[in-house]
Design a protein around this ligand. Sequence first.
Ligand code: ZN
Length: 504
Amino acid sequence: MMKLASMAADAIRKGNFQALPPNIRVFQKSVFHQGGSTLAMVRIDGTDCLLIFGRGPARDMLPGSRGKDCTLSPLTVRTREALGALAPFTVPVSCGPGRTSMGLGDRLGIATPGHIRAVTGRDVFPVFAQQSTRELALTGRDYGDVLNAAAFAVFREGYRSGYGADADHLKSVKDIKDALAMGFSMITLDCSDELDARAGAMDDATALERYARLETAVRSRYESRYLEKSFTMGGMPFTFGRAELARLALVYHRAVDYMCRVHDECIAPLARSVDFEISIDETSFPTSPAAHYLVASELAAWGVKPASIAPRFCGEFQKGIDYRGDIERFRKELGAHAEIARIHGHRLSIHSGSDKFLVFPNIAKATVGRVHVKTSGTSWLEALKVAAGEEPALYREMRRYAIENFAEARKLYHIDAGPASLPDADGTKDHDLPALLDGDAERQVMHISYGQILLARDGSGGALFRDRLYSLLVRREERYAELLAGHVGRHLDALGRGTHGRHP
Ligand SMILES: [Zn+2]
């Protein structure tokens, strides 16, 4: 192994890669000189490693196997942390207030090279690392893997423009502190456990009766700030009538207290800047502009400045498919949400934002580009497209398995489609198989089945699909990157983040 590493180092020194045997690959964009050392990503006998040589101190800073003239580091958490000190562009950073950013969840941990291709030349801040705890459980990964995948890909591709890492939909102070200690640059606080969602549907009398039981201090705070006050945001007027205020206080007051507590305990003490996102989107009813206004104002009164807030919008933002609902109403409410965000200084965050092409232009316009669009599973669907195109038998097997285990997947995700609405794959010719993944039902069923597919075991406990899928995607990584760049690129075009002045 170290002999092969020496050959790779020699090729880099001479700038001549022609003579390398096929089992050694140097990722040339990664070659990086630092304080007398040279670092590069190499693939030796199918394993990616970090290669370090030269007279600088870097060789002593990185763990791994030491040869006569070079060191080979495995792609571990320790290597990533040491690399971060030498190549700071591999460390995730916060986005800050004024830009468009895009969350690019990568459930498989191999999509970042394609995502880099998608964002290159566009004015967008990418969040390459982004997973929720649910996604970690369903993919058998941990936060170390998620950060490693993004940081090493950023290094491999020589991407130096900065990227974020979002510990997504976290609920507990402990999880948030752990994620921050690991280096995440964005925290998405999921307040759903603190929201009293049922109160949102209460009739006036019940809401007022329940509200009367809240502590006096809480009630007088809300009443002095909002009761019978009217506002117009984005051309939409709203008034906090007594019953409406009662409902909003019941739904949100504990959640607001929790947001403030998390901020004070986890975010305020940090010496670095972190994007603190607050999600109130996990409710069965849309977040009204009045509710968004109230939550944002309460946070401001406590001195909390979230980087972004994710309301739940009217209509349906289902996974993997386009927007469904009344676009005119969406446009109006979006205008109100955007103005509330603007006056409070946070950005709007759009969850389940993949494939919402019908409303992207509205979102870009209303927010003037100050928006975060979060996608999480769209890179998984593109990976399945590679499988459908390159290994139809594997795709058919995974699809059959997804259908058989659909009830399990459906427990965690809300979608309309089910196996009954799927087209017939047996009657579909192999070369038409990838096109199935342009259909809504196929996209939805396969989108939510990633956990079942990745964790499926055969009779002897081996992975049923996981290893075959990974090995295919590594073999066909160029194809995968091309599909991702195209699909994510279409999102960015629709969001007004085109490749200006660049010819594709
Ligand atoms: Zn969400």
